[in-house]
Design a protein. Structure first.
Length: 446
């Protein structure tokens, strides 16, 4: 049965990676994979000869395997839903224009650095997917030439992935590690901010050779004409409150020791009350209002269900001991924590980084303080977890299909896979290795 579970997992993983050629949404593949693996596991439990150490009562009881995994996964999913709702509220009210309207330069190289640095820090506060969408909308407003825009958009992908890696709320993989307690806020920021910045700065510096001179002036008909239902002051208030809501979540977790999803839902509810009071004072048609119930309909539930399916699938591998066996093999035959993570990061450019990180978390449980050998790297805030956050977050930039940010930019700008591979992939690889090298160096020194 273990072999059958591994085969099904590999086939499901391949279906997720080949989403575009197969023309089957990866969420459908992930959900099918997760539910099928748990069904196979339950059948194996019912047949006592396959998994004699487990009985069906233990599997489905209130403290059983399924509910245990589902409880851990729910913490991540509720956090993502709350954070995505706050970001959508800022976006639909035009809050991000508070930042983007300040960009006036027409010098190509200067603009490239401004956009890259802006994306890097926005991604750390919001998330790399949302930040990429916002920045591509900005690029369409200020850059008319498609080839130039592709270069800028590619740097947005790299900067968004790099920016999300060093923040506990910037990338879904880092969120997973943070929610489960593998990393904590201050150590992950201090250890990864410089490597992440280098992974962004090196490609941007190299990409500058593609850009010369200045951009054409912005014509009047390219200016944004978005209908606005709130005042300038209200827009700024929503932006400030929304960003503060996200920034205060790590503080809330540190002070209360409660799961992060409680913090993000608490701040969302406060922002919700503010919006209700704001709209109650206005005489607007319902179609002009952007209250939270309507925003909830805009949340990408397909992404939420994808995480549910893939994390449940990885849970089965953990239950039957497959992840533990893989971990033992890597530890005994590779042994080097840096090489293991660098390879995982490169793999994340081919397959989704969420199952990779989920698998790593299942393979290597958090070790107790004072552990020796390889386990010493797996304590809370240990080198393994910090470097995994960097490699999984940044490694996806090497191919345009390797990250959520890359896929969405590819769709919005119609960037060719081959063009990105030829023009950008090597730059992303050099940035990835530069940041990885700095991380290893700082660990050796400090």
């Amino acid at each position: 049965m273990e072999i059958a579970i591994v085969i099904v997992f590999i086939l499901g993983y391949a279906a997720i990676a080949l989403e575009h050629p197969l023309k089957i949404d990866k969420t459908a593949s992930a959900l099918l994979l997760g539910m099928l693996l748990w069904t196979m596991y339950a059948v194996g439990v019912l047949n006592g000869n396959v998994f004699p150490e487990v009985n069906i009562h233990d599997l489905v009881s209130s403290h059983g395997s399924i509910r245990h995994h589902l409880g851990e996964i729910a913490e991540i999913l509720f956090f993502l839903m709350g954070a995505m709702t706050i970001v959508e509220l800022i976006d639909v009210h035009g809050g991000f224009s508070v930042i983007t309207d300040k960009i006036k330069t027409r010098k190509k190289i200067k603009l490239l650095w401004i956009l890259a640095i802006l994306t890097f820090f926005m991604s750390a506060v919001l998330d790399n997917l949302t930040t990429s969408i916002v920045m591509v909308m900005l690029l369409r407003k200020i850059i008319s030439d498609q080839k130039d825009r592709w270069i800028y958009a590619s740097m947005v992908i790299i900067a968004a992935n790099s920016g999300g890696a060093w923040s506990p709320i910037g990338d879904v993989t880092t969120i997973m590690l943070w929610v489960k307690g593998n990393v904590t806020t201050v150590p992950i920021i201090t250890s990864l901010i410089i490597p992440s910045f280098l992974s962004m700065a090196v490609p941007v510096l190299l990409a500058s050779r593609y850009l010369k001179g200045e951009l054409a002036p912005i014509s009047a008909d390219t200016e944004c004409k978005k209908e606005c239902c709130v005042t300038f002051r209200e827009r700024n208030q929503i932006f400030i409150l929304g960003v503060l809501a996200l920034l205060l979540v790590p503080v809330f977790k540190t002070l209360t020791h409660l799961p992060p999803f409680i913090g993000v839902l608490l701040t969302l509810s406060l922002l919700w009350v503010f919006l209700e009071l704001m709209y109650n004072k206005k005489c607007l048609d319902k179609s002009q209002e952007h209250r939270v119930p309507s925003i909830l309909q805009r949340i990408d539930m397909a992404t939420i269900l994808f995480f549910l399916g893939i994390l449940l699938a990885v849970g089965v591998l953990q239950e039957v001991g497959i992840l533990k066996n893989v971990a033992n093999y890597l530890t005994e035959n590779v042994g080097n924590v840096y090489i293991i993570n660098i390879v995982l990061g490169m793999l994340s450019s081919i397959v989704d980084n969420v199952p990779l990180v989920a698998a790593a978390m299942g393979m290597y449980p958090i070790a107790e303080v004072g552990a020796v050998g390889f386990d010493a790297f797996c304590v809370q805030d240990g080198v393994f977890w910090q470097f995994l956050a960097y490699c999984a977050g940044v490694g996806g930039s090497m191919l345009i299909i390797g990250s959520a940010a890359g896929v969405v930019v590819m769709g919005l700008e119609k960037i060719n896979f081959g063009w990105y591979l030829k023009k950008i992939s090597l730059l992303a690889l050099l940035g990835y290795l530069a940041g990885a090298g700095w991380f290893i160096l700082q660990e050796m020194i400090f």
